[in-house]
Structure formats: structure tokens, C-alpha cells
Write a protein that binds this ligand. Structure first.
Ligand SMILES: C[S@@+](CC[C@H](N)C(=O)[O-])C[C@H]1O[C@@H](n2cnc3c(N)ncnc32)[C@H](O)[C@@H]1O
Length: 261
């Protein structure tokens, strides 16, 4: 049987934000190799017989190194089973999906990428914040606040400080003080609105609104914990969350029925 791996985006957490294609693919999986951020609600949509392998954490709570994940995918694919590599958000946005795709291609294994709603979009929609908005933001940039141990954050600070572009910062909790300070240093107004969204789109979603100057202290005082995305820009001051409501009935079950039909 021809080996194939599906690199699937699980979206930001709410199972109803899975794409129909993602849900249909999960429903035919023999093996699911998933990250820590993929919620149980989504994993529970997989067939009961599908094996689940979590590569987000090892017993001693360290993530499985990326080269081991790559080798695992190749090994599993060669069994001829249907392998779903399930990642939070979109597999190609800060998800190392590109590296996995490269390794599969080098090993001659067919793969298909199924996009997911990335955290920026999920968090912004949940909070009623438009990432671009006429007169406020002509563009949006996704940036990572993650840096290797002891390495300084090497970002294009002058470019990022453009007040006409919304920034969405992923993996930025640990570095938010430094990032906010560098943006202010490079000309972004200190009173620029910032919205921090933790566990966006999940039942335990939390939001913290502040300014560039105040966000680090606000996060520390609140103890806001990962996963957190920061929306930085004038659009973040347009928090329409009070007016947004979730009134759409759950779709996951009907989608599974279609997938099994
Ligand atoms: C390794 S990156 C993975 C991003 C993912 N591939 C995506 O497209 O959303 C993990 C970071 O994504 C962000 N993130 C993922 N899910 C989130 C959620 N439900 N709410 C807020 N931020 C989230 C956080 O910044 C977290 O530290």
C-alpha cells in the first residue's frame, strides 16, 4: 500500500473550528500523532480504534525532539497505515510542519497538507477584533517571540513597530516585557492597545486588555499562562467581544456521520 501522511491543522481548540476536510481525515486515521495543544474534544472525534501518539511531551515533560518526530512519521508511514499528523492551528504557521514535509518528501513518502485556522485568526474572531480594518491596519504580521535559550530575540524591530500594521505575537509570554520595550524604543506608541488571548476559542478562554507599556505587568499580575497570543495594534482597541456570541450549534458530530457514510 502506498504510504501517505496527512499533515492536518486542528485549529485553535474549538472542535467546531476544524475544517470539514480535517474532520473527515481524522475520521479515517489509523494512527494520530498529535501535539500537546490539540484538545481532547478534537482527539475524541477520531475512531476509537485509532492509535494516539502524543509527541508534545515525554514522561518527564520534555517535548519529543523534532528529529525523532520526523523519524517516527517516516517509520509509521512505511507500515502503509493512514497516518494523521495533527497539529494545533495551521501546520505551516509556527508548527514545524514545513520541516516534517521536507523529511517526508526526502523519504519519498507522499503527504498532503490540510490547513487549519491559526491561533491569530481564532483568537481575533473570538474577541471580535478585526486583524485588518480600514483606516486602522492595512496589514497583519504573525511573529514569534520564541528564541533559543540565551539567544537574543533577533527581529526587525523598526519594521515591526509600524503602527499601521497589526502584529500577532505567538509564543511571546516569556519575552513580552522585552518585546514591548523594543517596539516602544523603535517608535511604536506606548499607549498602543494590546489584547492577550489565552486558550482562545476554548471553553477556558481568557482575555487581558492593556497597552504596550502596561502589558508585561498586566500579564505578570494576572498570571496569564500559555497558550497565549498577543494582538498588538489599534485594532486591538476595538474589542467587540461583548457583542460576539456563540450561537452556532455543534457540527462535529454531523461531520463525522458524513465522513463515515
Ligand atoms: C508552536 S505555536 C503553534 C501555532 C499553531 N501552528 C497555529 O497555527 O496556531 C504555539 C503558540 O500558538 C499560540 N496559540 C496556539 N493555540 C492558541 C490558543 N488557543 N489561544 C491562544 N494562543 C494560541 C500561542 O502563542 C502558542 O504559544
Amino acid at each position: 500500500m502506498r504510504a501517505k501522511v496527512f499533515l492536518v491543522g486542528a485549529g485553535p481548540g474549538d472542535p467546531d473550528l476544524l475544517t470539514i476536510k480535517a474532520a473527515r481525515t481524522i475520521a479515517i486515521a489509523d494512527v494520530i500523532v498529535h501535539d500537546r495543544l490539540v484538545s481532547d474534544a478534537i482527539l475524541d472525534t477520531a475512531p476509537a480504534v485509532a492509535a494516539r501518539i502524543c509527541v508534545g511531551k515525554q514522561p518527564r515533560r520534555h517535548p519529543v525532539p523534532q528529529d525523532e518526530i520526523n523519524a517516527l512519521l517516516v517509520r509509521l508511514a512505511r507500515t502503509g497505515l493512514t497516518i494523521v499528523r495533527l497539529k494545533g492551528g495551521d501546520p505551516f504557521i509556527f508548527g514545524r510542519g514545513g520541516e516534517e514535509a521536507e523529511v517526508l518528501a526526502e523519504a519519498g513518502i507522499a503527504f498532503e497538507v490540510i490547513p487549519g485556522i491559526t491561533a491569530a485568526q481564532g483568537c481575533a474572531a473570538a474577541a471580535g477584533v478585526p486583524l485588518t480594518h480600514r483606516g486602522l491596519a492595512t496589514g497583519v504580521r504573525y511573529v514569534t517571540g520564541h528564541c533559543r535559550e540565551d539567544a537574543p530575540l533577533d527581529l526587525d524591530w523598526s519594521g515591526l513597530a509600524d503602527p499601521g500594521t497589526t502584529l500577532v505575537l505567538y509564543m511571546g509570554v516569556a519575552q513580552i516585557r522585552q518585546i514591548a520595550a523594543r517596539l516602544i524604543e523603535h517608535g511604536m506608541p506606548a499607549n498602543m492597545p494590546v489584547l492577550a488571548v489565552a486558550n482562545g476559542t476554548r471553553s477556558d478562554e481568557r482575555r487581558l486588555a492593556s497597552t504596550l507599556l502596561g502589558i508585561a505587568d498586566a500579564v505578570t499580575a494576572d498570571g496569564l499562562a500559555n497558550p497565549v497570543s498577543f494582538i498588538i495594534g489599534d485594532v486591538a482597541g476595538r474589542d467587540l467581544a461583548v457583542a460576539t456570541e456563540r450561537a452556532v450549534p455543534h457540527l462535529v458530530e454531523p461531520v463525522r456521520e458524513v465522513a463515515h457514510a
